[in-house]
Ligand binder design. Sequence first.
Ligand SMILES: Cc1ncc(COP(=O)(O)O)c(C=O)c1O
Length: 387
Amino acid sequence: MSIDLPFHRSWLEDDEINEVVDTLKSGWMTTGPKTQQFEEAFRDYIGCKHAIALNSCTAGLNISLALQDFEPGDEIITTPMTFPATANVIVLNNFKPVFSDIEKGTLNINPNGIEEKLTSRTRAIMPVHYAGHPCEMDSIEAIAEKRELIIFEDAAHALETKYKGRKIGNMGHTTSFSFYANKNITTGEGGMITVNDDALAEKIRVFRLHGLSRDAWKRYGNNGYAHWKLEMPGFKYNMADINAALGIHQIKKVDRFLKIRREYAQKYDEAFKNIDEIETLEIKDYAESAYHIYVIALRLNKLNISRDEFLNALQSSGIGVAVHFIALHLQPYYAKTFNLKPEDFPVATDYSNRILTLPLYPKMTQSELDRVINTVVELINRHKKAT
Ligand SMILES: Cc1ncc(COP(=O)(O)O)c(C=O)c1O
């Protein structure tokens, strides 16, 4: 099998490349002026008070939890339709992930199901803005307020996302973004945590670099050695300037990239809207999506082919695809450890069996987009069940 239309290609131009070269020539590789520049640009883009650069979104989620004084076994409610990182950090901090089923149409956590998952041990809700579509935050915030729960947002997919005109990155206690290679902007690997609380921001800055006193990154700089103080044991989660060099330029292109993503997603929607065998995802009135991934759900009862056969047929024709996601309650670790059954989360189970993600990125050409559409339509026509 040879994929000639890949699932993703990053859009990197001379300005990113020259900035990396400049970083290499400067002799300063790790957290430094370029990281600071990227943080400031990101903070301005989101419109929040603090943006702190990390080496992944997972680091942001983990710091968010590690800084809490919850008790071991305390519960955090999240969606099963997510990447393992979201729930893994809960487990690794000795808390319990409590999954709550998703809603049809957006595949986001269904706020109507959250209340019945609340117990005396519930401490937080971790919503994931799936595919870049915002969760229904008014309802989630109302539950959180009533029960004094903290909201930690997983915004790995949601760089450009707005909910009722409010930019994601301002609402939760912390919001974590990803700049992994296939994200809407990339630093190769990287993440950002945004917060509006000054004291929390300060703690995170210390916590991301071993727990050393602020500005310890300057310890081998031109101003000579300075003593640092260990304020608490922390992680090694800082972003390096080599990565930030990409971010500085990628963030300037975010609107240009989004425009193409939106246009391509709308072309897919238009092409599939009259095909009964394909369910496309819904964009709610309250949403401005980041269009991070383009997901379709096959109506398997109308087809004589499984999702995996469909996916393999696309790959055999040279088109890269993916699945976001096989829900976490179906993954061996979560199923076994928390005794979860497919029928516990019927909506997430159903979608897990029939979704697939088509290529969607600004570097893709119009003719590549047409090729994906034509191949999908051809496959559907070939595998429609006889009526
Ligand atoms: C929903 C979600 N959360 C978290 C992550 C982790 O991001 P990172 O690789 O930057 O740690 C991902 C990665 O793709 C993701 O899709």
